[in-house]
Design a protein around this ligand. Sequence first.
Ligand SMILES: [Fe+2]
Length: 138
Amino acid sequence: MSRLRWSEENTIYIPEVDAEHRSLYLLAADLKRALANGAGAEEIDGKVRALLAEVEDHFTHEERLMRAAKYAMIDWHKGLHDTLRKRATLYAGRIHAGDRKAGRELIDFASRWLEDHMAVADKMMGAALRNHRRSRAA
Ligand SMILES: [Fe+2]
């Protein structure tokens, strides 16, 4: 099980994106706690929906930033987001159908995915966005 906590190592030096990453970890940790405490199906379902809604807002935000900066790797990066979107929707369907194991699986999968994604794709994006901002400020 990954540690489910944002750390300074995860920073991509785009403060609003870093804040969203932190917030995603908080929501995932909240879901994990609810599962561990034996929360009811309705509560779990609500937390999963909240997490996935925030994931979607976050991805959309990153994709908007990449488009605005004419980031060359946007298709690749968006493709990674789309993979997570598809997998998360499958887990959410199982959770909604009452499969509690799927909740754990979603957390394990999504937290590992986010860790890997921030380490490479988001760091590359962060560097490009900073360059873009610098060149516009010059
Ligand atoms: Fe991303």
